[in-house]
Design a protein. Structure first.
Length: 267
């Protein structure tokens, strides 16, 4: 089975499932978010091992618990993060091999924040007004921006090498991604005016079109330093979970926080 067929089959199964989970929310979305947390922390742990950063395997369980707490009881997320810090610091204190303690502790904390705390905002977005719609819009705009940034960047991109972690990316591709995200956001508002508001559309376009691409570059930075092409091979034809949700990890918390600020100061 060639790579294209694998990608199509995954899309046929994955996209309807994702739409269902994002639309329904509640327990299906919570379980999905926790599952993402566990899988991405597993991938990050294995990636870090390539740099001889041996994060303890308990990080996966800690990360999933932190995601659940951050999603349901966000006021307790810092407490659990602090307790996690004490645990992993203590594990290094009583470890016979103290060499590399800084890298192990730093790696564990990075995974907890990046893959644990940030991912929880996927669930929290659903609690916003029109939250289910915004979740679907946000990930759609991310995919649109990523696709047009890639294809138009490869075809018309002249100014490459702006980021060493991804030398093929170009300014033209970056702008194309944002422009088509903006066009798609405008069309979503035009055809479904009662399912979004203007502030949400503008926020989603900016977050997906700009910071979604930043999220992709962030993962590229990690992969390049770890010497891997994909975060894993868990999704046939697509690489790893982190490869597919790297942009959303950065976009989800930013979108949620901006929308909460807008609601606080303008309503």
């Amino acid at each position: 089975m060639n790579n294209l067929i694998k990608r199509v089959l995954v899309a046929i199964i994955g996209i309807p499932l994702l739409v269902y989970v994002f639309k329904v929310g509640n327990l299906p979305l919570l379980f999905f978010t926790i599952l993402l947390s566990g899988l991405t922390s597993f991938e990050l742990k294995n990636m870090f091992a390539n740099k001889n950063i041996m994060v303890p395997r308990e990080i996966i369980l800690f990360n999933m618990v932190l995601t659940a707490i951050s999603a349901i009881y966000p006021m307790f997320s810092f407490l659990f993060l602090f307790l996690s810090f004490l645990y992993f610091t203590g594990k290094n204190l009583f470890n016979d091999d103290l060499n590399g303690a800084i890298s192990r502790l730093s790696g564990a904390l990075f995974i907890l924040i990046y893959s644990g705390t940030f991912l929880a905002f996927i669930f929290r977005i659903h609690s916003l007004h029109f939250g289910a719609n915004y979740l679907l819009l946000l990930i759609s705009l991310i995919w649109i921006a990523d696709s047009f940034a890639y294809f138009l960047g490869m075809s018309i991109g002249k100014h490459r090498g702006i980021f060493k972690v991804s030398p093929k990316k170009s300014i033209e591709g970056f702008i194309s991604g944002f422009v088509f995200a903006a066009i798609s956001g405008f069309l979503a508002y035009k055809f479904f005016p009662h399912q979004f508001d203007k502030a949400g559309i503008i926020t989603a376009v900016i977050v997906a079109g700009i910071f979604g691409q930043f999220g992709d570059l962030t993962e590229s930075l990690l992969k390049r330093d770890c010497g891997v092409k994909d975060s894993s091979a868990i999704i046939p034809g697509h690489g790893g979970i982190l490869d597919r949700f790297d942009s959303l990890i950065i976009s989800a918390p930013l979108f949620y926080l901006i929308m909460k600020l807008i609601a606080r100061f303008y309503h």
